[in-house]
Design a binder for this molecule. Sequence first.
Ligand SMILES: Cc1cc2nc3c(=O)[nH]c(=O)nc-3n(C[C@H](O)[C@H](O)[C@H](O)COP(=O)(O)O)c2cc1C
Length: 338
Amino acid sequence: MYSLLQKALFQLPAETSHHVALAGLDIAHRFGLSKLMTSNVKAAPIELLGMQFGNPIGLAAGLDKNGDYIDGLAALGFGSIEIGTVTPRAQPGNPKPRLFRIPEKQVIVNRMGFNNKGVDYLVERVKASNYQGVLGINIGKNVDTVVENATNDYLSCMRAVYPYASYITVNLSSPNTPGLRNLQHGETFRLLLEALKNEQLKLKIKHGKTVPLMIKIAPDLDAEEVKSIANVLVEYQVEAVIATNTTLSRDAVQGLEHADEAGGLSGAPLLKASTEVVRTIRSTVGDQLKIIGVGGIFDAEGAAEKRRAGADLLQIYSGFIYKGPQLIRDAAEGFGRG
Ligand SMILES: Cc1cc2nc3c(=O)[nH]c(=O)nc-3n(C[C@H](O)[C@H](O)[C@H](O)COP(=O)(O)O)c2cc1C
């Protein structure tokens, strides 16, 4: 059924089909029909950092930027849902077109640029949802906030979402916000982590619960950079890392239509590089850091590979667009034997 639906949706421009699909899912959910599309995942729930994940396969950030579709997406069978990236203030993102598919290689290229309605809107959407499962909220900085003031944007988002999030993801790796990826390095990185962990402690006291922090990193780092980031995360007692975001590399799509569009590339060709990042982190820090593996999972074997590399849990985005909800079940099965 999904392949028919996908054929129709893929006739539309990529961003239009994205909106049509989510709006359709929302309507189906309101009429009690979204269960018909569920992937009937067989995997058992997993406990991690005090959270009970319904199964090992979560939805990665960026599909539901504002938290508008939480209940419909959850009904498809995801073990967790991550919404955002959200910024303190609403912003339009980059001019359209800004989302492209390269179906020959099962790839998406995007330069959305954190289009979102702002953190207050997202919090209202979370409050309005009925979802009881693990909800990650992914936070970022506004494009017009200078990088030197990025910490303030992260802290204000953190304060706003803390009472409503199961975990908070700090996005330092979108290639579409100038300067953002520089926050992953050196003294800037340490100062940011220190500020985030101090705020977490204050919010823990205020709200009487610990909400784990996860740092989302890029795949375009060499092994030494990955090791250094992993060690610093352990030093600051960050609970988890999400590896990885999209890549700037175009090696896999040379010569194909849309290959030269600016932005981050996701999908099948990202599997190897993002899994290597997972492997490097695991071999560097052992079990001192939880790892969520994301990037290029399109089947059970891809999920198994990431599990073998050391991921505690997985997320999917592009594979879900190309393969539909069935991938949740397949990936969970692969994770189980990985
Ligand atoms: C259209 C699109 C928008 C995205 N937006 C975000 C975002 O807002 N925040 C974020 O952390 N990651 C974002 N991502 C990255 C995904 O969460 C994921 O890390 C990446 O696509 C690799 O996984 P995949 O190969 O399964 O898609 C986006 C990806 C796509 C394709």
